[in-house]
Design a protein around this ligand. Sequence first.
Ligand code: NZQ
Ligand code: ZN
Length: 381
Amino acid sequence: MNFSFSNSTRIEFGQGRIAKLASLIDADQKVLVVYGGGSIKKNGVYDQIKDALKDHSWLEFSGVEANPTVETLDKAVELARKEKVDYILAVGGGSVIDGCKYIAAATLYDGDGWDILTRKYTVARALPLGVVLTLPATGSESNGGSVVTKAATKEKLSFGSPLVLPRVAVLDPDVIKSLPERQVANGVVDAFVHICEQYLSHNSDAWVQDGYAEALLRNLVRLAEEFPQRDNDVWRNNLMWTANQALNGLIGAGVAQDWATHMIGHEITALYGVDHARTLAIVQPSLLRVQIADKRAKLEQMGRNVFNLPQDDNLAETTIEAIERLYSSLEIPIRLSHAGIEGDTAVPALVDALEKHGMTALGENRAITLDVSREILQRAA
Ligand code: NZQ
Ligand code: ZN
């Protein structure tokens, strides 16, 4: 096992922690507060930010959409340059946070910001970034990844850089009280799949990473079981911390990672606008079935240690069925047709998009070629 691991994001976790921004951001920094469609104006988060930053110089940019578009984000870049801001504060879920990572990097880049997503430009500088998380799901609040969409071409691409790792992330579980049920369920599923992408590969004999991944997966199974009674602090605390830990780099250190479900899922969102987590629940079970030979040992381990299933010859398959039941219990679609997508037309379009984006050898063994992706999508129809 070989790895470098560092995660320098300072986490402030707990009720009332937004007030700490007053001291966490240097008083001489001019702050651009960035948020989405306005949920923070209704649930009191905006007022808490306003209070916390009362001694700072700050301005705001709103309207970052779910699955943030470069078209919108470039307006924020223009504002950040014109106003010479020093610090970006993202207030939102994965979309706003990812959007702010792009803004932080693109503001200090002279070329076309989309070059960051096409990897024509490797991020060399970025403004410092802080986060107030409002939706536990992506782990974006303490990782260096970002996913941005170009609406004009319906492309959804990702980039990663340690330079856009948030300096500080405030995780106040109270802020999720206002989330619609659909977004909470999405959060449980997205976090679950993040862990699977790092755990359901071949065995790396990594006891720390495997054991912690299994603890997080068991948490999510329990959170799903208790979903109908979720209106309490314990449930909210544990969802917020579990989703964060699922993708902060620790369980992925030194182990074989997959991420094919995510890459195929991004194309479904780009072409059909399906919520990120829902694309994962559609792709993953069929991907696991197509790749069952390579993943059998880990699927069996997950079946035993996460779902408490008995060892038998079908354990890998019954584990996949347990995953599907988990998603269905949260009313998350697990087939393209459940999301209103017609497989006959969608599968060729999605395979073309994967080809265009160079997604021709996905998965931990780079064995998911376009033909394999086609089979996965056909089985997911
Ligand atoms: O825009 P507002 O009005 O705030 O409404 C948002 C949005 O409509 C709403 N919302 C957020 N917090 C709320 C709230 N509504 C009420 N109360 C609150 N406290 O929720 C809606 C969805 O928000 P969004 O940020 O889009 O959701 P999520 O956190 O699931 O982020 C999804 C995005 O993250 C990317 C996805 O691809 C997608 O673009 N991902 C980022 C990753 C990363 N950076 O590490 C990893 C993930 O795999 C994922 O790909
Ligand atoms: Zn995800």
